[in-house]
Design a protein around this ligand. Structure first.
Ligand SMILES: NC(=O)c1cc2c(N)ncc(C(N)=O)c2s1
Length: 321
């Protein structure tokens, strides 16, 4: 390819970045690829050649920045402006109904619940400034976590730039799909390495790698589920907040549902307790939240957990192979 002028390279690299990021969004966030891999690979190679010739054209959200390549000395500490809360657990229908009774007593009327699958991964917090991903951190103890931005940049379902230039912070789970976990452990057995006990440990181990190229190869994914810093967003319910996060480019779990009664919640729990083996990812329960944010604010928190949410935990079954 004869050398491009800088102007031509600038225009072409911008076109390629947008095209490749759109393909990546369709593949990793929507699970609906619109082109074959070879189309992606060919355009990706063209972008690498342009960026190699003109390194000044590399931008933070270029897909070439996802392959890792940094070896970190360690992870810096991150203080969460908005602490990540933990959830009080319930283990059976009676305790779930007692939770609903407490909520109704405190609020004075029945409430709607947003119910969501409890993903068995690693909690993460993602910060965006004017739409650009600037910091990713682990939950840590809820107040202080570890800065794992460089590793999270290699997680393809995490947008490097939002669909709108918003400054927000979201929380969710980074997890390893079951199929990737099986493949990784087979690989490690062949290499005589210790295998991971479960996908959650494998995801945590992958994000704690100081060599970001390792995380890049672990096929990690995400489901985001909490709007922490709303920025200019004005969602008034959890269900709406999930739809907004999806609209902005985040991967959210499609199984969330608004239930009008605790019986509906129990039906949802029983359904997923039976069918969770069919999911591509591991869950360890169901999260139940009062849907309306103003009612959440009225109910507030105990020392460590919200009064407006609970986690129904499935009984630990024999180790899922
Ligand atoms: N510890 C927590 O607050 C939560 C933990 C989790 C989890 N592991 N998966 C899903 C959700 C959710 N959809 O809200 C939550 S919330």
């Amino acid at each position: 390819m004869e050398a491009m002028t800088f102007q031509a390279a600038e225009k072409r690299s911008a076109e390629l970045r947008d095209e490749l990021n759109q393909y990546s969004y369709e593949y990793y966030v929507q699970d609906q690829p619109s082109v074959e891999d070879f189309v992606y690979d060919k355009k990706y190679q063209e972008l690498v050649e342009i960026e190699t010739e003109y390194p000044d054209l590399i931008t933070p959200e270029s897909p070439t920045q996802r392959v890792g390549g940094k070896i970190l000395e360690g992870f810096e500490k991150v203080v969460h402006d908005i602490p990540l809360y933990s959830l009080n657990d319930v283990f059976n229908k009676e305790e779930l109904i007692a939770f609903d009774e407490r909520v109704k007593k405190a609020v004075g009327h029945p409430v709607s619940y947003c119910v969501e699958l409890k993903i068995d991964g690693l909690s993460i917090s993602l910060k965006y400034e004017n739409g650009v991903f600037v910091q990713g951190a682990t939950r840590g103890d809820g107040t202080v976590g570890e800065n794992i931005t460089e590793n999270l940049k290699t997680v393809k379902s995490i947008p490097l730039r939002l669909k709108e230039p918003l400054s927000i912070e979201v929380r969710g789970e980074c997890y390893m799909p079951k199929a990737s976990f099986v493949k990784l452990n087979q690989q490690r057995e062949e290499e005589g390495k210790e295998v991971f006990a479960n996908p959650r440990n494998a995801a945590a181990g992958s994000l704690r790698q100081l060599d970001t190229r390792v995380a890049a190869k672990r096929n990690l994914s995400t489901f985001l589920y909490t709007l922490a810093d709303f920025g200019p967003l004005e969602s008034t319910t959890q269900d709406h907040a999930l739809n907004e996060m999806s609209r902005l480019g985040f991967r959210t779990n499609p199984e969330h549902r608004v239930c009008e009664t605790i019986d509906e919640v129990w039906e949802y729990i029983e359904n997923f307790h039976e069918t969770r083996e069919q999911l591509d990812y591991e869950i360890d329960g169901i999260v139940i939240k009062v849907n309306d944010f103003s009612i959440q604010d009225d109910l507030g928190f105990t020392v460590k957990a919200p009064r407006w949410a609970t986690a129904y935990k499935f009984p630990p079954e024999e180790a899922q192979t």
